[in-house]
Design a protein around this ligand. Structure first.
Ligand code: ADP
Ligand code: MG
Length: 293
């Protein structure tokens, strides 16, 4: 998905898996004070898998899975793909859905078997004034505290249960953070996921600053705020929802395995999808533009 035509890769950079699309980005990289990493697909592999489906009293795990999969069948989100895959692997027949709509960055909704089915984050429930049973609150909290993403499944506004999904932290991410911190660069994480999951991943990686529950439209705003505070900001991301933040950042860096939109919006692409290459970009920039410092 990398547009080869627009690449101006330096030999050194190419060897380290760094594809420079915009020379100004490489030049600016030596001045970076803050590196903002997206969580899902950037610090993690972004290959979510369903690990648990919890049903409320009176609801049924298979029905929750079927309805959730039907609703998510039209969504391109990794969570959606994981739920659909899980239902198929369980041998369930996924019914057709109509009137699909994406609750941008928060969930999905559709009509299934005459009912409005919603699969969404806790935030949507709060916004709609929907209360969870203490049982489900506890279950959700247990999963989130262990770094698992939790989405709730509703039919006509009543909560049926939850689906918990696990992702895997990229093994290279710990070093990627440690190297940047060692040079005195401030490292922060940006995610649309819940505060609990954000904090869990950050703790695993030694990141002390987390911007969580950030809606897709607000990611660029976080970058802008840091810039207003006087920082030169690098944003590293992979998703469609990271594109505006990648454009806004002084240096936008896309994960090579990321979406086309992210790659188009970035000045530099990490061909190997290895976040340690961010530190190599700083080194390369300093070596290339040393004379002008
Ligand atoms: P990130 O910033 O970590 O890449 P996103 O902004 O893509 O995460 O998603 C943030 C949260 O919104 C998810 O953790 C999930 O709770 C919810 N969400 C987004 N899209 C969907 C969907 N299609 N189905 C269910 N939940 C979703
Ligand atoms: Mg992402």
């Amino acid at each position: 998905a990398i547009p080869l035509v627009s690449l101006i890769a330096t030999t050194k950079g190419a060897r380290a898996g760094i594809l420079v699309k915009n020379k100004l980005a490489l030049e600016t990289a030596r001045k970076i004070d803050v590196v903002l990493f997206d969580k899902t697909g950037t610090l993690t592999e972004g290959r979510q898998g369903v690990v648990d489906v919890v049903a409320m009293d009176g609801a049924d795990v298979e029905e929750i899975t079927r309805l959730a999969a039907a609703t998510e069948a039209s969504s391109e989100h990794p969570i959606a793909a994981a739920i659909v895959r899980y239902a198929r692997e369980a041998g369930l027949t996924v019914p057709p859905a109509s009137g699909f709509r994406s609750l941008s960055g928060r969930g999905a909704e559709a009509t299934v078997e005459g009912r409005t089915v919603t699969v969404a984050s806790a935030r949507v429930l709060t916004e709609r004034g929907i209360l969870l049973s203490p049982e489900l609150v506890n279950s959700g909290r247990d999963h989130s505290a262990g770094g698992q993403t939790v989405v709730y499944v509703l039919a006509d506004g009543s909560v049926l249960g939850l689906v918990a999904l696990a992702d895997v932290i990229r093994p290279e991410s710990v070093q990627a953070v440690a190297r940047l911190s060692a040079r005195g660069v401030r490292v922060a994480m940006l995610t649309g996921d819940s505060r609990e999951v954000g904090n869990w991943v950050a703790k695993e990686l030694g990141i002390s600053e987390v911007f969580a529950e950030i809606l897709p439209g607000d990611k660029a705003g976080v970058v802008k705020q840091l810039q207003r505070d006087g920082s030169t900001v690098a944003m590293v991301g992979d998703g469609v929802n990271d594109a505006p933040a990648l454009t806004q950042a002084d240096v936008g860096i896309a994960i090579g395995a990321g979406t086309d939109v992210a790659i188009e919006s970035a000045g530099i692409v990490l061909a190997t999808s290895d976040p340690r290459a961010v530190d190599d970009i700083l080194t390369l920039s300093r070596a290339t533009y040393r004379k002008e410092l």
